[in-house]
Structures are given as C-alpha cells and as structure tokens.
Write a protein that binds this ligand. Structure first.
Ligand SMILES: Nc1nc2c(c(=O)[nH]1)N[C@H]1C(S)=C(S)[C@@H](COP(=O)(O)OP(=O)(O)OC[C@H]3O[C@@H](n4cnc5c(=O)[nH]c(N)nc54)[C@H](O)[C@@H]3O)O[C@H]1N2
Ligand SMILES: Nc1nc2c(c(=O)[nH]1)N[C@H]1C(S)=C(S)[C@@H](COP(=O)(O)OP(=O)(O)OC[C@H]3O[C@@H](n4cnc5c(=O)[nH]c(N)nc54)[C@H](O)[C@@H]3O)O[C@H]1N2
Ligand code: SF4
Ligand SMILES: [Mo]
Length: 716
C-alpha cells in the first residue's frame, strides 16, 4: 500500500529545489484560509510543512498568496486545535466534555440525527456549513431527505447583491466577482474595502488597474485603504447610499451622459425610472448623504465619461441596513446606465469547466422546500437562509427543527443577535459541531468532531465560474495531527450508520476524485498533471459581447429592468426608493464593521503568525469626537449597545479617518471560548453588539449596521 499522501506515490517526486526554494517536496493544493481558494505550493521537508507560496499556474493566485494564505502554517500547527472527538458531560453550554473514540462519537451522532428524523421527519434536521468540506455533509443531509442546508455566505453576506443583480440583469455578480476591474478606467466602490478585504486576485487586479491609471471613487464613511488610493473619497453618512446612487442616475440622465440608443434597445421601464429618480437632485441628495452637490456631479461625470469601461463595483458583504437588495439593485441600475454589461472594464462573461457526478453515485432525490421561512415570505430568496433556520427552530414555523449539524461556521459570532442562536440551540434534541478549533459553537454541542485542516485532507474538486475556467485539486500535504480526521471520511462513516452508504461509493478521497475526473472525461495524463500542477486549465469562452450587440438577458423581459414588473407584482418598489435610516442619538455611534487584511472573520483569531501582524482589533473613533469625550488612542473602552449588550475592553484608535457619527471595528475578535488561549478575551466582538438586525423583506438577509453603541473608558 502506498502512502496516504497521494503525491508521495507519484513516479517522479515533486521537488522544490528547481524553483530555488530550498529542500523538500513542493505539493500543489488549495488554500482555505478564506473561501477564495487560491492555488498553493506547500513545501514539505521531513514531514513538516515549512512554507506556503502561491501556485504560479493557478488563475486565482498567479504565484502569490495573501498574508493569510502564507500564515496557514499557524493554523496547522495551532497547539489549541481540537484533536479528539468529544462528548458533552455537563449541561449543554457548560463546556464540559470527555474524550471519546471515533466509533462512539460517530455512533452518537448517527443516533442523534436518526432519532430526530424518525420522530419529527427529515424536515426537522438542519445543516449549517461554510467551506469546501461542507459538500460531503450536504450529500449526507440531502440523502436523509432534508433541504435545510444553509451557509452564512448567503443571507449574512452577498445574497442581496446577487438578488439585486438578478432582478436587473438576470444574473448574480458571481464569486469570483464578474467585475472586470483590470480593464476599468473608472471604478466606484460602495463600501467595498479592497485592500482590507484581501481576496487575493481582486487585490492583484485592483492594484494593477490603479497602476494603469484607473480613477477610483470610494464611497465610505471611513477613509479606507482604498479611499487612500482614490481620486474622490465621498465620506457618506452611513445608510444613505441609495440616495447617492439614484442621485448619480438622475444626473447622468438629466445631463444626457448616457447612450440613449443603447438604452432604447436594451432596457425596459426607462421612462418610469427617469421620472422616479428625477427627485434625487444633487441638492436633495446632499441633505441625506452629506456629499456635496459638486462632488456628486463630478463623480457622476467621471463614471459616465469613461463608460462603458467604467463600473460601480457590486461589493460583496452587503448585509448592512435591511434595504440591501434595493441598494444593490441601485448599483446594478447605475451600471445599466453605463452600458457596461459584457464590456471590457464593466462586467465580463465568465466560463467554467463542467464537472459531472461520478457514475457510481446514485442521484440525490429532490426535496420539498426548506423550512427557513414562513410561507409567502422573502419571495426572492435564492438560497436557504441560515437566520431562517434559526428562526424556525425558535418558533416552530413552518415546522420545528430538532437537530443541527454545524460544519465550519461559528454561529454565535456569525449570525446577528447571538442570544437567539443560543436560545435556539437550547431547544434542540441534538447538536453536533465539526470544527478544527474549540470555537464558541463547539462549547454548545452534544458531540464535537475534530476535523483536520485543509492542509491535511482532500476535499471535492473545485471548478468555479471565472475569467479563466479551471479545475483545482485540494490534497493533503502532511498527515492529520492528533486524532483529527477529514470531513469526507466522517461523512462516509455517518453514511454507513444511516443506511446512506450508496452515496459514498468510494474507499478513499483519492478514488472519489478519480471517479469524478473519469466521469467528467479527463484523460489519465490530465489527471496526473492535476496532481503535479494542482490545476487543469481550459481556454475561456469569449469574455465580452461584441460592441453594439443587443443584450439577451435572463430577466423576464430579456432586457435590463429599470422598472421591475416582478417587484411591483410582489408588492415591492419597482424602482429603488431611498428611506432615511434611523440615526444614533447624542453620545451614541452607529457600529460599522469590516476586515483586517491579515485575518479571516473569527477563524484566524488564534493563529500566532497572523496575530504577530495584527494582534487585536481596535475601535476607530473620530479624533475630534474622541477629544470631546476625553479619549485618546490606546485608551481602553467597554462598548455597550442600545440593548445593554457589552464587549471589551477594546483599544481606541482616534483618527480623522472616520466620520463622527459612527465607529468601526474589525470583525472576529473578542472570543469568549476559553480553550483558544490567544483568542480568549482578546479585543472586542462586534457580533455581541449586534443584538438588533433588520431583515431584508425581499430575500431575507440580515442587515447588521443598525446598532448604536456608547464607549466608556476603563482602567486596565
Ligand atoms: N457580526 C458580523 N457577522 C458576520 C460578518 C461580520 O462582518 N460581522 N461577516 C459575515 C460574512 S461576510 C460571512 S461570509 C460569514 C462568515 O462566517 P464563517 O465562515 O462561519 O465565519 P467564522 O467565524 O470564521 O467561522 C468559521 C468556523 O469554521 C472553523 N473552521 C475553520 N477551518 C475549518 C475546517 O477546515 N474545517 C472545519 N470543520 N471547520 C473549520 C473555524 O474554527 C470557525 O469555527 O460571517 C458573517 N457574519
Ligand atoms: N482579509 C480578509 N479579507 C476578506 C475577508 C476576511 O475575513 N479577511 N472576508 C471576505 C468576505 S467573505 C467578504 S464578504 C468580504 C467583505 O468585504 P467587503 O464586501 O469589501 O466589505 P463590507 O464588510 O461590506 O464593507 C466594509 C466597508 O464598508 C464601509 N461601510 C460601512 N457602512 C457603510 C455605508 O453605509 N455606506 C458605505 N458606502 N460604506 C459603508 C466600512 O467602513 C468598510 O470600509 O471580504 C472578503 N475578504
Ligand atoms: S485570498 Fe488569501 S486566504 Fe483567501 S484563499 Fe487566497 S491566499 Fe488563501
Ligand atoms: Mo462574506
């Protein structure tokens, strides 16, 4: 029998010395320090991982990784990792566990799920997941007969953006985004903080475009890294972007800065749209947004003059105020006016390599709708709502949920109003958490299954829609630490116990991948190359539409929908309407959050390599406001919100780089889980302060930026 590390069985070993990178084997695999999934070269010497670099052949890394990708070693060798299966002994949530064998932990898990399915039906089961390894558990849960499968990357992240674009262009904005940044001459960012939001390829494209002279307009209440690269920084009053976007549309139309023939040919409802937006004059918009009329006009002109090679970036985490689908639709509509769909510097047409399911695997049955929303609500939800599954667990509407599996998502710090998450968990008959670290969520589980990291396992093949279509392979570069196991193995073992083994008709993940590659028609040579190079590449389909060609969109009209009949028919505004958001009272600040370039959400908060670069989060406070409050940079404050929820102590960063009506902090710090020694009580947790949230009535996403906080100095 060969090694369990498949690359060790290759006839010609992979060597890193050729690349001048020192001794050891150089194994291609895929990063999972975030969900972008760049291609990695892992250098392994005497069984130890010594370096992670970017795979030059991989279209998403192009030879480079972001700091988190390089810092993956810190996650692999984290001494606080989960290394044994655990079974709860104390009260649920009391964090008391005993070590169990895999046999016992898997039996317990299968029994917990089976009992609930037998007693209440498969619709009472739910799977929450995030990350590539979730695919095996999705198969398991679909096999059990439930559609209750949700990731927080939809209703807590980019769902409203995709719905806003679908309603307008018939298609979402993609992941990776279909924004053709490298060829843009002018780009506007609505919040999107590229450079802090560190998606590797996006940042590479962004800096390349800036290097080529792209002019940037950054709309952000905070002077972000991107704002620092901008020709215009518009420090907008939080929550008023719809007014600005409709103001841009109004000015572009009023001044005749659009291609009337293009609109005539490719749009529906334009006259009604023109009438609706005519009230968003620069002066009216100024009162709402604080953006001066001349700045609004100048930035509208920049965008329009460079059209169609200009764009308003679709953004990514757009779950801010509960009117997010309409804001994203307004973004799409300004792009519609710029005529940039299918054009260089606008939105490109992506392509992919279609993968087939392995031939020895039976098809999964289709199931009725998920239990994530009461009948008739959120008609445009395009995926299952994680918040909706939590709501159903609490209310029993549309049915009770009695067992959760939570794979790779730390729900108490991810879903807004953590009180609700914990209350829902307490109502369950059974919960299992699959994680790599003793995160908050594991403390509430009945059974904890320790997964090995992405560097120690296979996952399913990766083949996204992108500018250059490809298939990429994640393969283990070192053996799993301790008694941790890969997700595919756990799912198969659970499948055996639940009578669903037919869905896992392979012995090893290597076989699984081989079966799938065979079914998809890849030759032996291509497959061998995949193991050596990490990717199979394919020529892209045409990325742009011929200039002047009519659009043939997947909207009901086939055209850009400036006035949406479907929204009107379902009781929503057919053209986005700005409504003034509630404002913080004196002495209180709207809480805004974002990213550190060297951390990913809460999942890197215990990673020593990344903590070296960014040890804790700070709360950004306008300097003049800080002076009034007697606060200075470095002071520690407790942060408290409108409902009395607290976090801290957090360090103050007093700065001119933020407006006076809001504060800002990086998400993912202030962990309370006791067994993560570096993360425990380090910094503040924005989610603890997010006890209020606004649900988007169109598609059910959760807007987070509706909490108001006070800061109180503490001596430490
Ligand atoms: N308050 C607030 N909430 C937010 C956000 C915010 O900015 N503020 N951002 C939202 C956004 S944009 C998103 S996309 C989501 C992200 O939501 P998540 O991706 O769920 O975020 P994390 O908190 O990092 O939780 C990841 C969990 O997976 C575990 N994990 C890491 N690697 C592995 C692995 O290989 N296997 C397994 N089994 N587990 C692993 C980690 O230890 C951790 O428990 O959060 C959303 N929620
Ligand atoms: N390093 C790193 N990079 C990441 C991630 C990570 O965890 N770490 N996560 C990835 C994921 S899953 C996502 S979804 C993205 C998220 O990254 P983005 O989609 O870029 O960011 P958001 O969190 O939506 O926006 C944060 C920015 O919006 C500004 N902002 C807040 N309120 C408003 C407002 O009302 N109007 C305007 N115009 N701006 C506002 C904030 O000041 C901040 O600069 O990042 C991705 N990249
Ligand atoms: S963007 Fe960074 S963390 Fe995310 S997959 Fe790429 S290298 Fe890894
Ligand atoms: Mo996200």
């Amino acid at each position: 029998m060969g090694s369990s590390l498949p690359w060790e069985n290759l006839e010609t070993p992979l060597e890193s010395q050729e690349a001048g990178l020192g001794q050891g084997a150089m194994i291609p695999t895929v990063c999972e320090m975030c969900f972008w999934k760049c291609g990695v070269h892992a250098r392994v010497h005497q069984g130890k991982l010594v370096a992670l670099t970017g795979n030059p052949d991989h279209p998403l890394s192009r030879g480079r990784l972001c700091p988190r990708g390089v810092g993956g070693i810190g996650s692999l060798y984290d001494p606080d990792r989960l290394s044994e299966p655990l079974i709860r002994v104390g009260e649920r949530g009391s964090q008391q566990f005993r070590v169990a064998t895999w046999e016992e932990a898997l039996d317990r898990t299968a029994e917990g799920l089976r009992k609930v399915a037998d007693q209440y039906g498969p619709e009472s089961l739910a799977l929450f997941y995030h990350g590539a390894g979730g695919s095996f558990f999705k198969t398991l849960f679909k096999g059990m007969g439930t559609a209750n499968i949700a990731a927080p990357s939809y209703a807590q992240c980019r769902g409203p953006r995709d719905v806003g674009f679908e309603l307008t262009f018939g298609e979402g904005a993609g992941s990776p985004e279909i924004a053709d940044v490298p060829n843009a001459r002018v780009m506007a960012l609505i919040g999107t903080h590229l450079g802090e939001n560190m998606h590797n390829t996006s940042v590479q494209d962004f800096s390349a475009a800036l290097g080529k002279g792209m002019r940037l307009i950054t709309v952000d209440p905070r002077y972000s890294v991107a704002a620092g690269k901008s020709k215009y920084w518009l420090p907008i009053k939080p929550g008023t972007d719809i007014a600005l976007l409709l103001g841009w549309a109004n000015v572009i139309i009023r001044e005749g800065w659009y291609d009337a023939a293009y609109i005539e040919k490719n749009a529906v409802g334009f006259e009604k749209f023109r009438a609706e937006v005519s009230k968003y004059t620069p002066e009216a918009v100024y009162i709402e947004t604080g953006i001066k009329p001349e700045q609004l006009i100048a930035t509208a002109r920049e965008l329009a003059q460079a059209a169609p090679h200009s764009l308003v970036h679709p953004g990514r985490r757009v779950t801010w105020y509960g009117d997010d689908t309409q804001r994203c639709r307004a973004v799409a509509l300004v792009n519609g006016l710029l005529g940039n769909w299918g054009q260089p510097g606008g939105f490109y047409m992506s392509s992919s390599i279609p993968l087939k399911q392995a031939e020895n695997q039976p098809p999964l049955a289709e199931h009725q709708a998920a239990s994530d929303r009461p009948a008739g609500s959120y008609p445009y939800a395009g995926s299952v709502l994680a918040n909706g599954l939590r709501e159903a667990t609490l209310t029993g509407d549309p049915n009770e949920l009695k067992a959760w599996m939570v794979y790779g998502t730390n729900l108490p710090m991810v879903l807004p109003d953590p009180r609700k998450t914990l209350a829902a968990i307490q109502k369950l008959d059974f919960m299992v958490a699959i994680d790599i670290l003793p995160m908050e969520i594991t403390g509430w589980a009945d059974v904890v299954l320790p997964e090995c990291t992405y560097l120690e396992r296979h996952d399913d093949l990766i083949a996204p829609w992108y500018r250059e279509p490809y298939v990429a392979l994640r393969q283990p570069v070192v053996e799993p630490m301790g008694n941790s196991k890969p997700g595919w193995w756990m799912a198969k073992q659970l499948g055996k116990r639940l009578g669903l083994e037919e869905h896992f008709p392979w012995e090893t993940a290597n076989d699984m991948i081989g079966d799938r590659l065979n079914a998809s028609g890849f030759s032996a040579a291509q497959q061998a190359n995949l193991y050596r190079k990490g990717v199979i590449l394919k020529q892209a389909d045409p990325m742009y539409l011929p200039a002047g060609a009519p659009l043939d969109l997947a909207t009901p009209s086939g055209k850009i929908e400036f006035w949406s009949q479907q929204l009107a028919d379902t009781g929503f505004d057919p053209v986005p309407v700005y409504r003034r958001p509630e404002q913080p009272g004196p002495g209180t600040f709207r809480l805004l959050t974002g990213r550190s370039p060297v951390h990913t959400f809460g999942r890197t908060a215990n990673n020593s390599r990344l903590l070296d670069q960014y040890p804790e989060n700070e709360v950004w406070l306008n300097r003049a406001t800080a002076v009034d409050m007697g606060l200075r940079s470095g002071d520690r404050v407790m942060m408290k919100n409108q409902d009395g929820a607290e976090t801290g102590p957090v360090k103050v960063k007093a700065t001119e780089r933020i407006r006076g009506d809001c504060v800002y902090m990086v998400h993912g710090f202030g962990h309370k889980a006791p067994r993560m020694r570096r993360a425990h009580n380090n910094g503040g947790d924005d989610n603890a302060l997010t006890t209020r949230y606004k649900v988007d009535p169109i598609m059910g996403a959760t807007g987070y930026s509706v909490n108001f906080v006070t800061l109180e100095k503490v001596e430490v």
